[in-house]
Each structure stands twice: as structure tokens, then as C-alpha cells.
Ligand binder design. Sequence first.
Ligand code: SF4
Length: 194
Amino acid sequence: MSDQRPVITQATKVALAKPKSDYKPAHVSPSKRAGRRYTIRLWSVRHARSLEWFYARFADLFLMLHPLWKAVGYSRAEAPVKFVERRVKGLMFDCRMCGQCVLSSTGMSCPMNCPKQLRNGPCGGVRANGNCEVEPDMPCVWVQAWAGSQRMRNHDAILTVQKPVDQSLRETSAWLRVTAAAAAGRAKSDEAAR
Ligand code: SF4
């Protein structure tokens, strides 16, 4: 007769060795506690359409301020703008300051929160409940990205293939980079029109 005893893995041994506690915070289930970490991020995805509108106005305003950024110097403006960008986008999108923002293509769901940092759609491991394979309590950022993008005016932008992340741009301001690129594009078309 073969030995049918279950195999005890290292993970099970660690779980069994953990000190037991009767402490349970009142009125908050473990899944609710885990879910709270993503509340604002998920709110942003649900409001992707209005945030898309707001972002477009915000980008216009930043472009209008191009003479100011130029006068101050883009490199000198970097530190204060980055300070604000990190806090605002950190709160709303759990931004990781990759410096090459794609939120307007990804339904306001930041792909840098994917543990595999995939920039072009989910891996094959999305759970049946739409959560991440690596972090089971976290909604897959790409499932959220698809949902958010379908709410946006420019909902096909998610189909654009993104370039690999340029690590040299980490910890830089995407707001200023986009503004400088838009200002250069505008100057070029003004020149061509003359
Ligand atoms: S894509 Fe990059 S810049 Fe945009 S929110 Fe995510 S980490 Fe921040």
C-alpha cells in the first residue's frame, strides 16, 4: 500500500509556526482591510472619463505656462513640480514616478503597480475574480485599465503598443516632459505654417 500522507510544504510550516492571536479588529474583515488600500486608485478608474477631461485642461494650462517654465528653466522647475506630481498622482493613482505616464491610455490605472510592471496588457495569471496572481488581494491593474479605458472618450488608446520603460526617466516629472514635448511640437508646426 502506498503512503498517502499529505506533503507539508515550507509555506505551510511557516504558517503553522506563526503565533496565534484572537485579536480581530472590530467591524473590519481582513478582505475589507486589504481592499481599502486600493480605494482611491479604484475610484480614479471609475471616474476615468472626468479625469481624462480634467487632465486635458490641466495639460493645456501647463502648456500655457511654457514661457514661465522656459524663463525659470525646465531643469530648475523639475524639483518643485515633481514634488507636487508625486503627491497628487501618488494619492490618486499610486504613481511610482516612472516619468513616462500612460494613464491617459490605460483608463487611469497605473501599470507600474503591476508586480511584473507589464506595460502592454495583463499576464496570463489573472485570477477568476479579476485579481492579481502575485498579490491576490489586489485587483489586476490591467483588468482595471480595460474597465477605465472603456469609460474614456479616447477608449482605443489602450490598444497602442507602449515602448518598454525607459529606466533613465524614473523619478522625473512626466508633466514637464509632456509639456516640453508639446511646446516643441507647437513651435515646429508654427514654423511650418509660416
Ligand atoms: S504611468 Fe508612470 S508616471 Fe503615470 S502614474 Fe504610473 S508610475 Fe506614475
